[in-house]
Design a protein around this ligand. Structure first.
Ligand code: FE2
Length: 307
């Protein structure tokens, strides 16, 4: 029996059997010694139909997308308040306005800088805001790094593995791959805690990601693909098996996604109600939201009951 347990532990450590995952506590009191633990903190910033995440771990900071142009001010204010206007890295999932614009303007206006700008797209990719970014980075002496599927990023002791379907990928239905589909997908692991950032991948790519990777993409927390504007592909939802889903789309554009999650009894939170903070010590997650008002907090409760 002892030998069997040792073998199982070894398999878990080598990733053959994924760990059970971390527990997710939503709006609950944190343990008294929580702040003394080594934590990974992730903020999903207030946004309407935009993605903007800030990650901090072991003294290192990463921006993952930044939202559209109107978000430049609030993004910069958030970073200034934390003393993080020079994050260690900026990762842009794909060059659509609602992910890259605020980053571009904040860099252009000298409000933020970084050690490296990372994108899964080539530096010379011919897309409007990508070209603008590629032009401004050398002027600010910021190196550009293209990242490829299978590569890992590290932030403190957190690891992020990149999955990506590039322009050479063929969809089984013969459909063409869009810029959204080519988004960089990051699977984060910190101890037993996991999170999957899906950016804007469409339904077919969600299904391919699930079919090809199975339990490897299991995630305690999942970002709803494409802001939650559609229901999550059922195969992806099954493979990721999340305990919490983050939705960044507006209320009237995310009805199907929220209903799907309510029916499946999976918790969700929407960034349009205020910044969401997800903290983990590698064993548990504690998730809290800075609600913009008591009214939206009540509204959220109502929405969570609609099936
Ligand atoms: Fe988007």
């Amino acid at each position: 029996m002892k030998r069997l347990i040792c073998i199982l532990l070894a398999l878990m450590l080598t990733g053959v059997f994924p760990a059970a995952g971390a527990e997710v506590y939503i709006e609950q009191e944190k343990p008294a010694d929580w702040e003394e633990r080594d934590l990974l903190r992730i903020w999903a910033l207030y946004a309407l139909d935009c993605d903007s995440y800030v990650l901090e771990c072991g003294g290192q900071v990463m921006l993952l997308d930044g939202g559209n142009k109107p978000k430049e001010g609030s993004l910069v204010s958030f970073l200034e308040a934390h003393g993080w206007t020079h994050p260690d890295m900026i990762f842009n999932s794909h060059p659509h306005d609602d992910h890259i614009e605020a980053l571009y303007y904040a860099i252009k206006h000298g409000k933020i800088t970084t050690d490296v700008f990372i994108s899964p797209f080539p530096e010379n990719y011919g897309y409007v805001f990508h070209k603008k970014m590629a032009d401004v980075l050398p002027k600010k002496e910021i190196p550009y790094r293209q990242i490829f599927g299978g590569e890992k990023l590290t932030l403190g002791k957190a690891e992020m593995l990149l999955y990506r379907y590039d322009g050479k990928t063929k969809k089984p239905n013969g459909g063409s791959i869009t810029v959204n589909d080519m988004s960089g997908i990051l699977h984060l692991r910190y101890g037993d805690a996991t999170m999957l950032f899906t950016a804007d991948i469409g339904g077919t790519i969600q299904q391919m990601l699930a079919e090809e990777n199975g339990e490897a993409i299991k995630a305690d927390i999942l970002t709803a693909p494409h802001h939650g504007k559609n229901a999550v592909n059922p195969e992806l939802l099954k493979a990721a098996d999340p305990k919490l889903v983050i939705i960044t789309g507006k209320v009237d554009r995310t009805t199907d996604c929220r209903r799907q999650l309510n029916n499946a009894e999976i918790s969700w939170k929407r960034t349009s109600y205020g910044n969401i903070l997800m903290e983990t010590d590698g064993t548990d997650w504690y998730v809290t939201q800075e609600y913009a008002s008591e009214q939206v907090k009540k509204q959220e409760k109502k929405e969570q009951k609609k099936k």
